[in-house]
Design a protein around this ligand. Structure first.
Ligand code: NAD
Length: 249
């Protein structure tokens, strides 16, 4: 980031009251969790679209569960990086704050964020396909797959699959917050999933200052006021040091 961009960023951040952060898979890349569409985006030889769908689950629930369980074990071993810690520190600093994450890995809450919407659900939770009960999966490796609910019906990972609708309450809570946000960061999202693009566009329309943090140009970059072509793990700590003089608050 050049000096003039950094100064603009610091000016907006030091005056902002209400800040939102939208994160996609790129946010977790430096914690060792592959994105879906990068060079390392093939997960165990499957294209995500082939397994993360209601059709795939209907066809072969055990295979879908095994794939999720394999991903969950990677996620459980991963740790939040310095960029995650900055997003958690932002929550403490700004009077109004909301994190909307597409990530299902739980690294943001583990870094300390509490004001967050996991808009694609959580890989660490299951939901019954019949009674709708939700339950945490804990830390142990699951062996008896596909998982069943106590009511006897099949359970599924509690995530939003390709082709499924978003939870309307979570979506409207996100939009409500973005309608009055002063500053919105969009970090590590390719924009191939259209909802983040929509959320970013709505925030821009409502007058927020939009920051695009991604090593590559993304779909919604055109809506953004400032583009940081760097990684989450590098750019967030430098921004935070410049804003706070190194304090994590
Ligand atoms: P994506 O895989 O389509 O795109 C990732 C984006 O991150 C790309 O634009 C890439 O340029 C950028 N990126 C790569 N490394 C980065 C870094 N170090 N710092 C910042 N940006 C970086 O991801 P997506 O748009 O989020 O869509 C895929 C969906 O799949 C997600 O919404 C999510 O639900 C799911 N997913 C989740 C995880 C996870 O929970 N960690 C991982 C993969 C996919």
């Amino acid at each position: 980031m050049n000096d003039s961009d950094l100064n603009r960023l610091l000016k907006v951040a030091s005056q902002a009251r209400s800040v939102a952060v939208l994160t996609g898979a790129g946010m977790s890349r430096e914690s060792g969790i592959p994105t879906f569409r990068g060079a390392d985006g093939l997960w165990k030889d499957f294209r995500p679209e082939e397994l993360a769908s209601p059709e795939a689950f209907q066809k072969d629930p055990a295979l879908v569960w095994e794939w999720y369980e394999w991903r969950r074990q990677i996620v459980l071993k991963a740790e939040p990086h310095e960029g995650h810690r900055v997003v958690a520190a932002m929550e403490q600093r700004f009077p109004e704050f909301l994190l909307i994450t597409q990530n299902v890995d739980g690294l943001h809450p583990r870094a300390g964020n509490e004001k967050l919407i996991e808009i694609h659900g959580s890989i660490n939770r299951a939901r019954c396909t019949k009674c709708g009960s939700r339950f945490d999966l804990g830390n142990r490796m699951l062996s008896d797959l596909p998982l069943k609910c106590d009511c006897g019906a099949l359970a599924r990972p509690d995530v939003v699959w390709f082709g499924e609708s978003y939870d309307s309450q979570l979506l409207s809570a996100s939009l409500d917050f973005l309608a009055s946000a002063d500053m919105v960061w969009v970090i590590g999202s390719s924009g191939m999933v259209s909802v983040p693009v929509y959320l970013a566009a709505q925030a821009r329309e409502a007058g927020a200052f939009l920051v695009d943090l991604n090593p590559e140009e993304a779909e919604f970059s055109r809506y953004c006021d400032l583009k940081i072509r760097s990684t989450a793990g590098a750019a967030l700590p430098s921004f935070w040091n410049a804003l706070t003089g190194g304090r994590t608050e």
